[in-house]
Write a protein that binds this ligand. Structure first.
Ligand code: DLL
Length: 429
């Protein structure tokens, strides 16, 4: 696992080599990239150093949708050993196919992410991500096995049984979305347990944003160290980046994934350290290679070195997706801004929902449904009204816009065992 300790020069040499190999392979074997290169008068030999990659156009989600199901393949289908897909909310799913070599790199990468987070071969890890077309379950599964940990492949759902097996099997690592970790703690309490009694040591959380408030909540409730990791189906699945035990940003496996950050509007590269849209190129992929993929995820690369000594750069937590931005009455809002304001109120739970009231396709109004905690709940109308007023004022000063607030009873918002769905659209006529 010395890969995380390369000097910057060694890192660059490896990245250039990986980039050139990927470009050569894609040009030769992918009809999609052959067309893109030809249209732009590019040849693989035009990539002589890392800055040359800016000559290559970005690949976007829509390109992958149009290529459904196998248009991105660069090997004969008999060499594809596994297929995953991400459903998204609209349109056709995005398909990813993996060769034997791709699966080996993937497992190796996820193993490195788990090791960075402090997981040891002697640990017992329960995987509560869905197994199936979603990459979360299988991705973490093979990575943890590669590391030598004991895997309990529970998959998602059936929360009470998850908890009872966790106790019986002496599980000490929990692998799931942060929102499911919160929900599991809630169910454990309802069953009369203090989650700390479960003896969990490390959480490997990913697949959706996790605010600092959520992390603190999870760590306090379970008495574990919560680490966050990141990835996406289009690029591989989980295992693109993950936190070391310093938990100050996610180390990107830079020998395997080449990161860039661009301005989502102008599409131009941003100076080091600035926040923008993350663009990724996996440097080893055979099955469905992808070059300069616009992830839609908003983050920044952290220029400072990590105290852990690894030389791989870290990416900051995702503050939103470029397509999550809500534009309402000309004001741009990211759901994470709302989450941050809400997390400052001890009367409200980490569960919230944003309802976009639309008229003729435009967002007319934003309603923030805020779930109260048991302590925040009150019989007094006046107290609730005062709380609502305080939340609205805080949101107005952060967003420059005052959304509608709807206080919800404790435990009334739907819980999920996978990724939380925070945004709902409602069309008004
Ligand atoms: O969610 C892969 C994954 C599974 C990563 C398990 C980590 C753990 P998709 O279903 O294709 O793949 O969704 C990818 O989820 O573009 C981000 O918007 C979001 N996402 C994933 N991890 C994080 C994270 C998997 N740590 C999309 N923080 C990505 C914020 C995340 N968002």
């Amino acid at each position: 696992m010395q890969n995380d300790f390369f000097t910057p020069e060694e890192q660059k040499t490896r990245q250039l080599e990986g980039f050139q190999n990927t470009v050569r392979h894609a040009y030769k074997n992918s009809s999609f990239y052959r067309r893109i290169f030809d249209e732009n008068n590019l040849r693989p030999d035009d990539i002589q150093n890392l800055s040359d990659i800016e000559k290559i156009p970005y690949t976007r989600k829509n390109d992958l949708r149009e290529a459904y199901p196998y248009g991105m393949a660069a090997v004969p289908l008999e060499q594809i050993l596994r297929i995953h897909a991400s459903s998204g909310t609209t349109g056709k799913p995005i398909v990813a196919g993996y060769t034997k070599t791709d699966l080996e790199y993937w497992a190796e990468g996820v193993a490195r992410i788990c090791e960075m987070a402090g997981v040891k071969p002697s640990d017992i890890a329960q995987i509560s991500f869905g197994y199936g077309l979603f990459t979360g379950g299988f991705g973490l599964h093979y990575g943890l096995e590669k590391l030598g940990a004991t895997v309990v492949p529970f998959s998602s759902g059936n929360t009470e049984r998850q908890l009872s097996l966790m106790k019986d099997f002496n599980t000490n690592v929990l692998v799931c979305t942060p929102s499911f970790a919160i929900y599991m703690a809630e169910v454990a309490r309802e069953l009369g347990y203090d989650p700390v009694e479960f003896g969990l040591k490390i959480g490997l959380f990913g697949g959706e944003p996790c605010s600092e408030a959520m992390r603190e909540d999870i760590e306090k409730q379970w008495g574990l160290k919560a680490t966050i990791n990141y990835g996406l189906t289009e690029v591989i699945g989980p295992g693109v980046s993950g936190e070391c035990m310093q938990t100050r940003g996610m180390h990107i496996l830079e020998d395997l994934y080449y990161p860039e950050v661009i301005d989502p509007e102008s599409s131009l590269p941003l100076p080091a350290g600035e926040r923008g849209e993350l663009v990724l190129t996996p440097l080893f992929k055979e099955g469905f290679p992808i070059i300069r993929y616009r992830t839609g995820d908003i983050t920044r690369l952290i220029p400072e070195k990590c105290p852990c000594g690894r030389t791989t750069r870290r990416m900051d937590y995702i503050t939103g997706r470029s397509d999550d931005m809500i534009i309402i009455k000309g004001v741009n809002i990211f759901p994470s801004q709302i989450e941050e304001v809400l997390s400052g109120f001890r009367e409200v739970s980490p569960h919230y929902r944003l309802v976009l009231h639309k008229q003729k396709g435009f967002i007319k109004d934003l309603e923030v449904q805020v779930e109260l905690t048991q302590e925040g709940f009150s019989d007094s109308f006046r107290e609730l009204e005062a709380l609502e007023g305080r939340i609205r004022r805080h949101l107005r000063s952060t967003l420059s816009l005052a959304p509608r607030i709807k206080l919800m009873e404790p435990k009334s918002l739907e819980r999920t065992t996978g990724k939380a769905k925070r945004i709902i659209e409602s069309e008004e006529f």
